[in-house]
Design a protein around this ligand. Structure first.
Ligand code: PEP
Ligand code: MG
Length: 882
C-alpha cells in the first residue's frame, strides 16, 4: 500500500486519493510548471488514521523517504542550521473546504535554524517573525493551546513598546516574543515546543488529519452536502518566501473574470508579503496588471502559464503564486468557482475559441444558474448594504418591516408589501411568511426554517445576517453601525447576494427574462448572446418537450413566449376562485336537481369562455385541461366562522338561514380533505359537474374551430386509483364529445393523472383506458411518503434536513429511490400496454433543475412547469440529452 506520492507521481484525475489541491499540484508538476518540490499524503492514510487514532503502518517510513527526496531536490535539509529547508503542511480534501481545516507553515524552524534563516534571507526580523508565527500556529492548531493566550501576549508586547502595529516590532522584540510564546506552550500544552524538525512535521500531519473532524468542518460538509467519510489529503511542500523584499511578493489570479466571465486575466498582488497577508487584508493589494511594471519577467512568465493552464484544463482556472527574489512559483491551481453569469459567458467564449464543443458548453451551465439569472434584481449597484447574510432564497424584495406573523398578515391584507424580520422563524410564522415579500433573519443558514420555507414559497430570503440586532419585543432592529430600523420602515433585501439595504431600491426585471420574452434581442450583450446560443443548442438536442402549467390566458401567452409547446396542466379549480366561488358552493350544497342544474348552467358559459381564450393562446399545440380537483372544503364557507354566526343568530332569535348552511357544511366536513372528496371522486359524487366541464371544453374547441383555429384538447381526469373510476368518467366524457364533434370536428384525447400509488402500481391496466399519463408528483410524493404536502415543509423538514435524512425536500427534487421507482415502473407498464401512450409530468418537479434529468432518463415525453421555469426546463432537458 502506497500512502505518499511525490508531486511528480500524481495527476489531476487522482483527486479522490490526493485531494483537489494535491492532484492539481501534481498535474502542474508533471506539466513542467514551476511548483516547489513536495509530496502528498493520501486521503486513504487519513481515513486509516481516523479509524484507528494512529498513523497507518509504514506511513512514517514513506514520509521519511519522500522527505529525503525533497531534501535532495532542494540541496538542503529540513531545519538544518545554516540555510534551513522549511516546509508547509496543508490540508486538501476532494472538495474544497476553504479555511475549515488546518495549515501549518514554516515547519523546520527551531532555536538553531532560526539563525540560519536570518543569515540566508539577510533579514533577522523576518526570521524571528516566522519563528514566532510557527510557535503560535503550531501551539494553537497542533497542540490545542487557546489562541487567546498568544494574541494577549502579542498585544502586551505592543503595549509595552507603545506601538499599535505588528510591523513596528523589531527583531529583538520578536525574539523576546518567541520566548514568551514557547513559555505559553510549555504552560498550556504541558510540553516543550518541539525542537526536532521531523517531530514537528509528524505532529503537523496528524493535526491536519484530525482537523477533518472539527465541529466547523462537520457543519460545513453538512451545508455543502460533502460526504463525511472522505478524509483529507496532506500536502507537504518546500516553503518559498514572498516576503524577502521588493523583488518578492505573492498573489492570486484568475484566467478570466470570475464575476462577469469577461475575458482577460484578473487578480491581486501584494509585494513583499506571504499568502496569509493577502487573505488577512492588512495591506491593500495591487491589481495584477501592475505586476507588469514591478516585475516584468515573472509577470510574462505568469501570463504564459495562465494561458497554458486554461488550455490544459479547458476552463477558467484560479491560481495562487509567490515570487521569491524574482523567481515565480505556482502554489495552487484549480478550475475556479464563478457566478451564474460568468458560467454562461465563459462556456460560450470557450466554445467560440474552439476549446470545447457546443455539447460541452451546454454541460458547463446549469438550470439552477439560469434560474438565478432570471430573478429580478436591484437596479442600483452603488448603494452599500447595511448587513450581509446568507443568500437563502433568490430575488429582490422591497417592503415595510414587520416583526411578527399577525402584523405581516394584517399589513399585507391592507395592501402593503412587507418584509418579515425575525431572529429566526418557526412554524408559527408560516402565515407571515406566506404574506411577506421577503424574510430576513439574524440567525441560521441555508437549511434554517426561514430558508427552507421561503424557498418552498418562492419568497426572497436573507438569513443569518448576524450583525443585525433584532429586538422583536420593541419592534425594531439595529444595524452594526447603530442605525435603528422600526416597524413600518422600508428596507430592501437581495436574496441572490444575501444583502440588506435601508430604504427602497428600484427593482428591475432581469435582462435574461426580457430576452426570453422577446422584448430584448441579444444584440451585443455578451451574456444574452451566450444564453441565446446555449439555449438554442439545448433546444436542438433535447428529447423532452416542455409544456407549462397555466390556468389563465395571460399565463398561457407568457408560457408560449418563454418557449412552452403546450399546456401540460390547466387546473380548472383555479378558475372557480374569487367571485365564482359562490357558484360552486351553490352546486355542492344543492339539494334538488333543479338547484344543481341551475348552478351548473351558470358555470358553463364562464368555463367555456376561459377555455376559448386558453385554446386560442396555445393554438395548434396540445392543451391538457384537468377536471376539477379541489379538496371540497376549499369551496365551502369556513365552518368555525359559520358556527359562530349561527350562535349569534340564535342568540338574536333568528335561527333560520345560517343553520341550514351549517348542517350542510357539517355533512360535507372531512377530517382529511386531501384524502377525501377530491379529483375523480368529486366527479362521481356530484352529478353533472364533470359533464358540465367536458361540455364547456368541447364547446370551446368547436368555437375555436369555427374561428379558424386548431385546438388540440386533452382532457385529464385527476386522482384516479382504479381503472374503473377512469372508465366511468371517460365514458361519460366521450358521449358528450362525440355529440359535439359530430357537428364540428376537432381532435381530442382523454387521459389521467398518475398521482396515487395504486394508479402507479396498476398503470398497465389504466393505460388500457388512457391515451396519456401525466405524473402528479406532488400528490404522488404526498401519498408515497405519507407527508402532508401543505404542512411538513414548515414543521418537519427543517429537522429532517439538519439530521441529514434528506438534503432537499422531496417535494422540490424527486425522490428517485421511492417515488421515482414507482414512476419508472408505471412508465414501463403503461408503454407495454399501449406503445403510443404519451407520458408527462406536471407536479412541481417538472420544473426542478435537479429532477429533469431523471424524467429524461425514465423516458417521459414532456415535463410541464410554471411559465417562469420553462427556459430552465428547456436548458436542463438539453443537458440531460448530451
Ligand atoms: C400533482 O399532484 O402533482 C399535481 C400536479 O396536481 P396538484 O398539485 O394540483 O394536486
Ligand atoms: Mg394532484
Amino acid at each position: 500500500r502506497k500512502y505518499v506520492y511525490d508531486f511528480a507521481e500524481g495527476n489531476r484525475a487522482m483527486a479522490d486519493l490526493l485531494g483537489g489541491k494535491g492532484a492539481n499540484l501534481a498535474e502542474m508538476t508533471v506539466m513542467g510548471l514551476p511548483v516547489p518540490p513536495g509530496f502528498t499524503i493520501t486521503t486513504e492514510a487519513c481515513r486509516a488514521y481516523l479509524a484507528t487514532g494512529a498513523p497507518p503502518q509504514g506511513l512514517a517510513e514513506e514520509v521519511g523517504e519522500h522527505l529525503h527526496a525533497l531534501e535532495r531536490a532542494m540541496g538542503r535539509k529540513l531545519g538544518q542550521v545554516d540555510e534551513p529547508l522549511l516546509v508547509s503542511v496543508r490540508s486538501g480534501a476532494r472538495f474544497s473546504m476553504p479555511g475549515m481545516m488546518d495549515t501549518v507553515l514554516d515547519i523546520g524552524l527551531t532555536d538553531e535554524s532560526v539563525a540560519g534563516l536570518a543569515a540566508w534571507s539577510g533579514d533577522e526580523r523576518l526570521a524571528w517573525d516566522s519563528y514566532r508565527r510557527l510557535v503560535q500556529m503550531f501551539g494553537t492548531t497542533v497542540l490545542g493551546v487557546e489562541p487567546g493566550h498568544f494574541s494577549d501576549a502579542l498585544r502586551a508586547a505592543k503595549l509595552a513598546k507603545g506601538v499599535t502595529g505588528d510591523l513596528e516590532l523589531d527583531a529583538a522584540d520578536l525574539r523576546a516574543l518567541t520566548t514568551t510564546f514557547k513559555n505559553i506552550v510549555r504552560e498550556h500544552a504541558g510540553r516543550e515546543f518541539p525542537q526536532d524538525p521531523r517531530e514537528q512535521l509528524d505532529l503537523a500531519i496528524r493535526s491536519v488529519f484530525e482537523s477533518w473532524n472539527t465541529e466547523r468542518a462537520h457543519v460545513y460538509r453538512r451545508a455543502e452536502h460533502i460526504p463525511e467519510d472522505l478524509g483529507t489529503a496532506v500536502n507537504v511542500c518546500a516553503m518559498v518566501f514572498g516576503n524577502l523584499g521588493d523583488d518578492s511578493g505573492t498573489g492570486v489570479a484568475f484566467t478570466r473574470d470570475p464575476a462577469t466571465g469577461a475575458p482577460g486575466v484578473y487578480g491581486d498582488y501584494l509585494a513583499d508579503a506571504q499568502g496569509e497577508d493577502v487573505v488577512a487584508g492588512i495591506r491593500n493589494t495591487l491589481p495584477l496588471h501592475r505586476l507588469a511594471e514591478l516585475q516584468p519577467r515573472p509577470y510574462e512568465q505568469l501570463m504564459a502559464i495562465m494561458r497554458t493552464l486554461e488550455e490544459h484544463y479547458r476552463d477558467l482556472c484560479d491560481i495562487e503564486f509567490t515570487i521569491e527574489r524574482g523567481k515565480l512559483w505556482m502554489l495552487q491551481t484549480r478550475v475556479g468557482k464563478r457566478t451564474a453569469a460568468a458560467a454562461f459567458r465563459i462556456a460560450e467564449a470557450l466554445r467560440e475559441e474552439g476549446v470545447i464543443d457546443a455539447d460541452e458548453a451546454l454541460r458547463r451551465v446549469t438550470g439552477a444558474q439560469l434560474a438565478q439569472l432570471m430573478f429580478p434584481r436591484f437596479a442600483d449597484t452603488a448603494t452599500r448594504p447595511v448587513a450581509t447574510g446568507v443568500a437563502a432564497s433568490p430575488g429582490a424584495a422591497v417592503g415595510e418591516v414587520v416583526f411578527d406573523s399577525a402584523t405581516a398578515v394584517r399589513r399585507a391584507e391592507a395592501g402593503a408589501a412587507v418584509i418579515l424580520v425575525r431572529k429566526e422563524t418557526n412554524p408559527d410564522d408560516l402565515d407571515g411568511l406566506i404574506h411577506a415579500r421577503g424574510v430576513l433573519t439574524s440567525r441560521g443558514g441555508k437549511t434554517s426554517h426561514a430558508a427552507v420555507v421561503a424557498r418552498g414559497l418562492g419568497r426572497t430570503c436573507v438569513c443569518g445576517a448576524e450583525s443585525l440586532n433584532v429586538d422583536a419585543a420593541n419592534r425594531r432592529f439595529t444595524t452594526a453601525d447603530g442605525t435603528v430600523v422600526a416597524e413600518g420602515d422600508v428596507i430592501s433585501i437581495d436574496g441572490t447576494a444575501g444583502e440588506v439595504y435601508l430604504g427602497r431600491l428600484a427593482v428591475v426585471p432581469s435582462p435574461v427574462v426580457d430576452y426570453f420574452e422577446g422584448r430584448r434581442p441579444p444584440g451585443r450583450d455578451a451574456l444574452l448572446q451566450a444564453v441565446d446560443r446555449i439555449i438554442t443548442h439545448a433546444d436542438a438536442r433535447r428529447r423532452l418537450e416542455v409544456r407549462a402549467n397555466a390556468d389563465t390566458s395571460d399565463d398561457t401567452r407568457r408560457a408560449r413566449r418563454l418557449g412552452a409547446t403546450g399546456v401540460g396542466l390547466c387546473r380548472t379549480e383555479h378558475m372557480f376562485l374569487g367571485d365564482r366561488r359562490v357558484l360552486v358552493e351553490r352546486l355542492i350544497l344543492a339539494e334538488t336537481d333543479a338547484e344543481r342544474e341551475s348552478a351548473l348552467a351558470a358555470l358553463l358559459p364562464l368555463q367555456r369562455e376561459d377555455f376559448v381564450r386558453i385554446l386560442e393562446e396555445m393554438d395548434g399545440l396540445p392543451v391538457t385541461i384537468r377536471l376539477l380537483d379541489p379538496p371540497l372544503h376549499e369551496f365551502l364557507p369556513d365552518r368555525t366562522a359559520l358556527t359562530a354566526q349561527v350562535a349569534v343568530a340564535q342568540a338574536l332569535g333568528r335561527p333560520d338561514a345560517p343553520e341550514t348552511l351549517l348542517r350542510a357544511v357539517d355533512r360535507l366536513h372531512e377530517q382529511n380533505p386531501m384524502l377525501g372528496t377530491r379529483g375523480v371522486r368529486l366527479g362521481l359524487v356530484v352529478p353533472g359537474l364533470y359533464e358540465m366541464q367536458v361540455r364547456a371544453i368541447a364547446e370551446a374547441a368547436a368555437i375555436r374551430v369555427r374561428a379558424g383555429g386548431t385546438p388540440r384538447v386533452e382532457i385529464m381526469i385527476p386522482l384516479v386509483g382504479d381503472v374503473r373510476e377512469l372508465d366511468i368518467m371517460a365514458g361519460r366524457a366521450r358521449r358528450i364529445l362525440d355529440a359535439i364533434t359530430a357537428e364540428t370536428q376537432f381532435p381530442y384525447e382523454i387521459g389521467t393523472m398518475i398521482e396515487l400509488p395504486r394508479a402507479a402500481l396498476t398503470a398497465g391496466r389504466i393505460a388500457g383506458s388512457a391515451e396519456f399519463f401525466s405524473f402528479g408528483t406532488n400528490d404522488l410524493t404526498q401519498t408515497v411518503w405519507g407527508f402532508s404536502r401543505d404542512d411538513v415543509e414548515a414543521t418537519v423538514f427543517p429537522a429532517y434536513i439538519t439530521e441529514g435524512i434528506f438534503a432537499v425536500s422531496p417535494f422540490e427534487t424527486i425522490d428517485r429511490d421511492g417515488v421515482g421507482k414507482l414512476i419508472a415502473d408505471a412508465v414501463e407498464a403503461g408503454r407495454a400496454a399501449r406503445p403510443d401512450l404519451v407520458l408527462g409530468v406536471c407536479g412541481e418537479h417538472g420544473g426542478d433543475p435537479a429532477s429533469i434529468g431523471f424524467f429524461h432518463d425514465v423516458g417521459l415525453d414532456y415535463v410541464s412547469c410554471s411559465p417562469f421555469r420553462v427556459p430552465v426546463a428547456r436548458l436542463e432537458a438539453g443537458r440531460a440529452a448530451v
